[in-house]
Structures are given as structure tokens and as C-alpha cells.
Design a protein around this ligand. Structure first.
Ligand SMILES: Cc1ncc(COP(=O)(O)O)c(C=O)c1O
Length: 289
């Protein structure tokens, strides 16, 4: 494995970061997770745009010019050959004497590493995942992809300890998102997902799926999803860059909708993958996995 740190490609053991790094001391940084299929990034521009937005949200200048990101990320992918992979990219405000306020001068720390994309569903097409609901205890700017993920970590751990895979978070009686995913619910022919705002991450997969479904005539709504609407849904899906679109078939230990095969999810996944392959210029659509 080769990682990227501040301009160098090197083995993880040789990549050292100061203990005074503000990413370590304050979680003062932002990140992206960018999927790649057959060696090519999917929606890279969208991820870089969100990175710039997150940096703006924590008042950090971009650590390098726009055109520097793509060769760096592609260089990292080439040094880590394998199947479908995602790149984790993190930018922190860098090392400085510990003080909450921004340091007068600190060089940002830019770190990136590659991980395999692992299928969440043990048997794709058959098994959905279990989720639990939990109160959303995160801060008020969840639209910033911050590395401060302690509330997400605790929610995910609680899910795992309950035998589930994901925690779906509720705030003031409505769904916000998953601990590491966006949430969609299906009622009849209508697909709904919570609207953008400070309460959720503007998921790249969420946007791509909404566009792909709308292009094929689906009725998709970006509107508040109440707890009642979640519990009465025919289907629940979660989306993220490394998991794409996964059905939730058990919520708080109860079956969702009673329809194990999740017919809408099946069609939606096919539409998603066709749109993905088309956007990547891949001919034999659906053949990636
Ligand atoms: C809290 C949260 N919401 C939503 C998502 C999905 O975002 P994307 O589709 O851009 O991966 C993630 C991804 O990790 C996440 O951590």
C-alpha cells in the first residue's frame, strides 16, 4: 500500500504527521471519499467541488490549485493497483501550537489513501441490511464533510452492537440521514429523501440517484421525511459513494414494508448503474460488479 502525504507517495509506515496537527488535536479538517471503477474515478469533479465547499465551510483556503488534485489522486490510484477502489482524501489545518483559534501560519496537511470497495450486501440482489433509529446528536453544520465524526462513530457502533449495519438518525421528528449515508423512503410510486440544508451531507450519490431516477420519469421528492413516514415506508434505501444504493429490510428489528425483494430498489439500482456506466463511458453497462 502506498499513501499520499503532503506531496509525496510513500508506504504508510514512512508517512508521519505531527502530534500537533490540528486534525489530530481538534478534528480541524475535512475529507472526501471518492469511488473508482476499473481504474477511473466516478464523479470526481463533484467530489472536488464538495471538498472546496467543505474547506470554505471551515474557512480554510484550498491547499493547492484546482488542477493539482486530479493528477495527485490518479497517481495514487496507479500506485495501488487492484479492483474497484475508493480514495480517502483528508485536509487538515496543519500543525501548530495548540490553541483553538486559527494559527497565524500553518501549512495544511493533505493525506490520501486507497481502500478496496467492499460490497455491503453479502448476496447482492437478495439481502438488504438491518438499521436502527437513533437521535441525531451531531452539530448544526452536517453539510460540511468534517472529520469530526464522533457522534457518527458512536451511532454506528450502537448499530453494530444491535446487530445492524447502519443507524438512521432522527431530529425533531424527521429523518436527517444515516451515520454514513443518505436515506430514501419509498411509498407507492413516490421516492422521498430529506431536503438539503445544514442538517445533512449533500451526498454525491444522493444527487446522482435523484437525477437518474427523474430522468427516467420517477416521482422523486426532496421533502422532510417524518419518523412515521420512515416507519410506514414500503422500502427504505441508503446511499453512499462506496455502497451505492442499499435496501434496508429491517428497521429497529422489524421488517420494512414486508416486501423482501424490494422491487423499486432493484429497478433503481439498475437505473443508477446504467447512468453511472454511461457517465463513465463504459459500454457494457451493469458489468462492473
Ligand atoms: C453522514 C453522511 N451522509 C451521507 C453520505 C453519503 O455521501 P456520498 O454519497 O457523497 O458518499 C456519507 C458518506 O460517507 C456520510 O458520511
Amino acid at each position: 500500500m502506498i499513501v499520499y502525504l503532503n506531496g509525496a507517495f510513500l508506504p504508510p509506515a514512512k508517512a508521519s504527521i505531527s502530534p500537533l496537527d490540528r486534525g489530530f488535536l481538534f478534528a480541524d479538517g475535512v475529507y472526501e471519499v471518492i469511488p473508482s471503477y476499473r481504474g477511473a474515478f466516478f464523479l470526481l469533479d463533484e467530489h472536488l467541488e464538495r471538498l472546496r465547499r467543505s474547506l470554505g465551510g471551515i474557512r480554510m483556503p484550498e491547499p493547492q490549485p484546482d488542477e493539482g488534485w486530479t493528477p495527485m489522486l490518479e497517481g495514487l490510484l496507479q500506485r495501488n493497483p487492484g479492483g474497484d477502489r475508493s480514495v480517502y482524501l483528508q485536509v487538515s489545518r496543519g500543525a501548530a501550537p495548540r490553541d483553538h483559534a486559527f494559527p497565524a501560519a500553518a501549512a495544511p496537511t493533505v493525506f490520501a489513501m486507497v481502500s478496496p470497495i467492499v460490497e455491503t450486501r453479502p448476496d447482492p440482489g437478495e439481502a438488504g441490511i438491518a438499521a436502527i433509529t437513533l437521535p441525531d446528536q451531531r452539530w448544526g453544520r452536517c453539510d460540511i464533510k468534517s472529520v469530526a465524526l464522533l457522534a457518527n462513530v458512536l451511532a454506528r457502533q450502537q448499530a453494530v452492537e444491535s446487530g445492524a449495519v447502519e443507524a438512521i438518525l432522527l431530529r425533531d421528528g424527521v429523518v436527517t440521514e444515516g451515520a454514513a449515508s443518505n436515506v430514501f423512503v419509498v411509498h407507492g410510486d413516490t421516492v422521498s429523501t430529506p431536503p438539503l440544508g445544514h442538517a445533512i451531507l449533500p451526498g454525491i450519490t444522493r444527487r446522482f440517484l435523484l437525477d437518474a431516477l427523474r430522468d427516467t420519469g420517477w416521482d422523486c421528492r426532496e421533502a422532510p421525511v417524518t419518523e412515521e413516514a420512515l416507519r410506514s415506508a414500503d422500502e427504505i434505501w441508503i446511499t453512499s459513494s462506496t455502497r451505492e444504493l442499499v435496501p434496508v429490510t429491517s428497521l429497529d428489528g422489524r421488517p420494512v414494508g414486508g416486501s423482501r425483494p424490494c422491487p423499486a430498489w432493484r429497478r433503481a439500482l439498475e437505473i443508477f448503474r446504467c447512468a453511472r456506466d454511461r457517465s463513465m463511458g463504459i459500454e457494457d453497462a451493469g458489468a462492473i460488479r
